[in-house]
Structures are given as structure tokens and as C-alpha cells.
Design a binder for this molecule. Structure first.
Ligand code: COA
Length: 381
């Protein structure tokens, strides 16, 4: 039975922040903080904060801009968080569902399908705005899919390939014929915009991918999927519904003030360690996966990689394909979008298919917190 990745869709939030805008807001916050805490800093009770720099951000990560759902709050040095009004569940579409519906409708259009042609929707993301009811089921309802099933799954930045593997497996098992994988990321709400080490990394987005069994070959045939996880605390977001109980047990006061968010529970990473540990493992997984499928690396025409860092992409490309590998093999989306977590390899895939010809082989690969790595080998029809 052949299974195909037949179409993708992309929802882009309207607001875009350049490095220069971001750094200007961050540095204003730093100046305010250092001024307000001058006495404590002088006495050695507090540490002065350091400026961020647009040059550093571009050189260290490759990022020049990112899309977000609310620019104004993020760029206000007194707030530094996106602001959006609560929506009444059941009466209004949740923000995540709204973004996912737009990406999914585009993917359905591109596949020439209607929502009722789907048997399943997997909403595969890093950051869910609530625990339940599942965002996927809300999307299922909103697009007008009357039968089938929908569920959420979280494999952090690797959620797209894990979702594709899950969809492929369910189709093989006879549970469905067509499944949509939707990756919605409101990373701007989980990011600590006051943390110099990571304030520049993420962007908001939604991507959708249609996976179908078909007697007529179309799109890309999914040849094989490989998944890998290994526990690490080097990338984490511990924010959750246990916070209240943990604060009560600790005797500390709850943080109610938006100016003092519970920053230690938001996104945190040991960037250097992640870079050092994840790159070789990703290269190993892709190379092993290709070998298991009797594919030589020279046969691979495109690597649609997770967009976490331009230097990681370059290193993985050279390790898998050889040190003189053509850079066009691993397209770059991080420059414009930043790291969009689960959606990122699908943005690269969505936007960079030029030059891929019938019969060409490609790999969609994601990696991220967990650690988690997923590799999907595809062949262009
Ligand atoms: N502006 C200016 N300087 C900064 C800065 C900023 N925003 N942030 C850090 N620096 C400084 C540091 O203080 C440090 O200075 P020092 O050498 O004087 O101590 C220097 O720049 C290097 O910092 P470091 O954190 O080691 O940078 P890096 O080269 O490792 O780049 C990342 C940081 C996050 C871009 C990089 O580590 C990375 O991308 N890692 C992988 C992340 C990843 O894939 N995560 C997965 C998430 S899904």
C-alpha cells in the first residue's frame, strides 16, 4: 500500500518583528532594569543585565525576523509578552484552532480535498494553549469534518515528523485513509522575552500536511519513517497546572504580576549543549535511516530540516552529505520565520520544492526537546 504526502498549507500571523526592533525593546528593558536597581547592583546584591545585539542574533542563529500574533505587547519594554483577549471556549474559536483551521483549509485546497474527505486530524505541537478538549477536535469541528477522529500530540519541535509517522502508521493499520497533521505554534506566549540567551529564537506559525493512501500516485510517496527519543533536560518548558500546588508547597507567594512572570517555568535551554549533543545524533539518525533503506546519501536531493539554527543546519548537511555539499540541498526558512518549533521543517518543505524532480528522494527531519528526532524519507512522484 502506497502512502503519499500530497499537500501542505501555511498560516502566517500578520505581525513581524525584525532583530533591530526586538533588540531595541530588549535594551530599553535592560536600561530600565539597571537604572531601577542601580543601588542593589552597586552593592553586589543584583547583577546588571547586558544588552542584546542584532549582529549576535544573526551570526549565532541565522534569524533576521519572526512572525508573532501580537507585536505590540512583546515590544513594550514594560510588558514583553504578547497580549490577546481570552476567548470563550465553545462560543469563539480558540486562537490555536483558528490558526490551524487556516493552514488546514489551505492544505485541503492544495490537495483538492474537502474536510469531509479526512478520516483524522492530528494536532502535533510543542505548545498547547490548554489541556483539553483537544485543539484537534476543535479544528475537526470548525472545518466541518463530520466523521473520523482528531487528537493532540506533543513531541516538542519534533512533533511534525512524529505526527506524519503516526498518520502513516494509522493508514497502514487500516484506521484511516486520509489524515491531516496540523502544527500550530504560539511560541511567543511560551518565550521569556526578557531572557537575553533566547529572546530572539522563536516565531508563531501554523502548518498543515495531508497524508493519504491513494491508488493514484501524487505528491511525495512516504517511503519510511524513523523516530528516536532520549531524555534530556537541556531544553524545557515546565509551565503547567501543577504550578499552583508547587508554589503553595514552597511557601513562596504566587506571581500574579504580569511584570514578574514565572519566568523560570517558561522556555529554557542550554543552547551550547543542545547544539553539541543534538547535531551528531541527528546526522547519525538520518544516515542510519538512509542506510536501512539502501539509499546512498548522494541520492538525496533535499533535506528539509528543523530550523533551530542556521549553523546546525549547515553542520548536519555537511555531516550527512559530505563537507562540500551544495547548500541548496538543505533550504533555509529560519532567516524569515525564526524557529517555529514543530512547524519548522514543514515550512522549509512548503516553500522549497523548486528543483525537486520526479523520482528524487528527500528527507524531512525534525529534532528538539526530549530529546526527540524524527526522519521521514520521501520520493517525489
Ligand atoms: N546578544 C548579544 N550577546 C549575547 C546574546 C545576545 N542576545 N546572548 C548571548 N550572548 C553572548 C553570551 O553572553 C556569550 O558571551 P561570552 O562569550 O562573553 O560569555 C556569547 O554571546 C555566546 O553565547 P552562547 O549562548 O554560547 O551563544 P551560542 O553561540 O551558543 O548561540 C544559540 C546561542 C541559542 C543561538 C545556540 O546555542 C543554539 O542555537 N543552540 C541550539 C539551540 C536549539 O537548537 N534549540 C532547540 C530549540 S527547539
Amino acid at each position: 500500500m502506497a502512502i503519499y504526502l500530497t499537500a501542505t498549507g501555511l498560516h502566517k500571523p500578520k505581525d513581524k518583528i525584525t532583530n533591530e526592533e526586538l533588540v531595541s525593546a530588549f535594551n530599553a528593558y535592560v536600561d530600565n532594569y539597571n537604572r531601577d536597581n542601580a543601588t542593589a547592583i552597586e552593592a553586589g546584591d543584583k547583577t546588571a543585565l547586558q544588552h542584546s545585539s542584532a549582529e549576535f542574533i544573526e551570526k549565532a542563529s541565522g534569524i533576521k525576523s519572526r512572525y508573532v500574533i501580537d507585536k505590540k505587547g512583546i515590544l513594550d519594554p514594560n510588558i514583553m509578552a504578547p497580549i490577546f483577549p481570552a476567548r470563550k471556549l465553545g462560543e469563539e474559536l480558540s486562537i490555536m484552532a483558528e490558526m490551524g483551521v487556516d493552514a488546514l483549509n489551505q492544505a485541503l485546497d492544495n490537495a483538492g480535498l474537502k474536510a469531509e474527505d479526512l478520516d483524522g486530524i492530528i494536532c502535533a505541537c510543542s505548545n498547547f494553549q490548554r489541556v483539553y478538549p483537544a485543539i484537534a477536535i476543535e479544528i475537526q469541528n470548525a472545518v466541518g469534518m463530520t466523521g473520523g477522529f482528531a487528537f493532540d500530540t506533543n513531541v516538542a519541535c519534533s512533533a511534525a515528523t512524529f505526527g506524519i509517522a503516526q498518520a502513516t502508521g494509522m493508514i497502514k493499520a487500516g484506521l484511516a485513509k486520509r489524515v491531516a497533521v496540523v502544527n500550530v505554534e504560539i511560541t511567543s506566549a511560551h518565550l521569556n522575552w526578557r531572557n537575553r540567551d533566547s529572546h530572539f529564537i522563536f516565531g508563531d506559525i501554523a502548518a498543515a500536511t495531508i497524508i493519504e493512501q491513494s491508488d493514484t500516485p501524487k505528491g511525495y510517496e512516504i517511503l519510511d519513517c524513523k523516530l528516536f527519543t532520549q531524555f534530556s533536560t537541556n531544553i524545557k518548558n515546565e509551565y503547567g497546572f501543577m504550578d499552583r500546588s508547587e508554589y503553595l508547597a514552597s511557601g513562596e507567594e504566587m506571581h500574579h504580576d504580569i511584570k514578574e512572570p514565572v519566568t523560570d517555568k517558561l522556555f529554557l535551554q542550554e543552547g551550547r549543549k543542545v547544539f553539541r549533543e543534538v547535531c551528531p545524533k541527528v546526522s547519525e539518525i538520518i544516515s542510519t535511516h538512509l542506510a536501512e533503506n539502501q539509499i546512498a546519501s548522494e541520492q538525496v536531493k533535499r533535506l528539509w530540516l528543523h530550523q533551530a539554527n542556521i549553523n546546525m543546519i549547515d553542520l548536519i548537511l555537511r555531516t550527512v552529505m559530505g563537507k562540500d555539499a551544495d547548500k541548496n540541498i538543505a533550504p533555509i526558512a529560519i532567516t524569515e520565520y525564526g524557529n517555529t518549533s514543530s512547524a519548522s521543517p514543514m515550512i522549509a518543505f512548503h516553500e522549497h520544492q523548486d528543483g525537486v524532480s520526479s523520482g528524487d528522494l528527500g528527507v524531512i527531519c525534525s529534532f528538539g526537546a526530549g530529546y526527540s528526532i524524527g526522519s521521514v524519507i520521501v520520493k517525489k512522484i
